[in-house]
Design a protein around this ligand. Structure first.
Ligand code: FE
Ligand code: FE
Ligand code: ZN
Length: 280
């Protein structure tokens, strides 16, 4: 089963998001748990949740991948910003339990000059404060492009964070194709090699979701500018190989391409057709 969908920009509740995704040809999706720039989350509406859960079941949805706000920085230098990260994550994780067993993805953070090592420790510290034994949600660290002082710029940094987290079974990784390409991993010419490296350093069993994006920039550019599928430097063929890679079967593939619903519908169709035609 190929689980593919897009990061929906609508924030009108779970049922609406699922209906839009079905219209787009998708069977998973991503969404911001609250305004991407932070702020208060909407009240959970239990009727909306029930309708969503029924729709997702009926349409054989894969796991959905919630995204924490961009402004969340678990390794900020200022403690008040880390408090915001703490409170937001704890609150989001509580809300995620209304839709049990899904994924909560976040950007590890930016160390803002403190150095990656301090950043890594601060991120793990917050994870150790917010993860609970009872949660059914898996928290995903997103692989980053290495723009500015981003932490998680390579597999080692992700692994170092994971190693410091106590409740390891609650953690996973989301691989963003644009970010790893911009970070210097050549998924165009050596996808097998990149995944072998991921396996050696982190372990492929930790890979839970993929952000499927083309990139406006070249290998190792550390830029993080997403392009539409087939319109960037990664290209359609390489992205189809990602979707079809034996090691990645069953994972949710989330498009975060600069599109509207019409564009995402086209991309989902294109990727489904290309995957169906794909021969190893
Ligand atoms: Fe992201
Ligand atoms: Fe992403
Ligand atoms: Zn990005």
């Amino acid at each position: 089963m190929l689980y593919i969908g897009n990061h929906t920009t609508s924030s009108k509740g779970y049922e609406k998001m699922a209906r839009q995704m079905i219209a787009n040809g998708g069977n998973t999706f991503a969404f911001f748990t609250r305004n991407p720039r932070g702020g208060k989350a909407k009240e959970i509406n239990e009727t909306d949740i029930e309708k969503f859960l029924a729709l997702a079941k009926e349409n054989h949805f894969g796991k959905i991948v919630a995204h924490a706000p961009y402004t969340l920085n678990a390794c900020a230098a200022k403690e008040n910003l880390r408090d915001f990260a703490r409170e937001t994550m704890a609150d989001d994780l509580k809300r995620m339990e209304y839709t049990p067993g899904n994924y909560y993805n976040f950007h590890p953070g930016s160390h803002v000059g403190q150095g990656a090592e301090i950043g890594i420790h601060k991120i793990a510290e917050i994870l150790n404060e917010v993860l609970t034994d009872g949660q059914t949600t898996t928290v995903l660290l997103e692989t980053m492009a290495g723009k500015g002082s981003e932490v998680g710029r390579n597999f080692q940094e992700i692994q170092e964070i994971l190693a410091l987290v106590d409740k390891k079974e609650k953690m996973g990784v989301c691989l963003d194709t644009c970010h790893v390409w911009d970070g210097g991993y050549d998924i165009v010419h050596d996808l097998d090699g990149v995944l072998e490296e991921f396996d050696r350093i982190i372990g492929l069993e930790k890979l839970k979701a993929v952000h499927l994006n083309d990139s406006m920039n070249g290998l190792g550019s550390h830029k993080d500018r997403h392009a539409k599928i087939g319109e960037g430097q990664i290209g359609l063929d390489a992205l189809v190989r990602v979707v079809c890679h034996p090691a990645l079967q069953g994972l949710p593939f989330i498009l975060e391409t600069p599109n509207d619903d019409e564009g995402w519908t086209r991309e989902i169709r294109l990727l489904r057709e290309s995957a169906a035609d794909f021969v190893l």
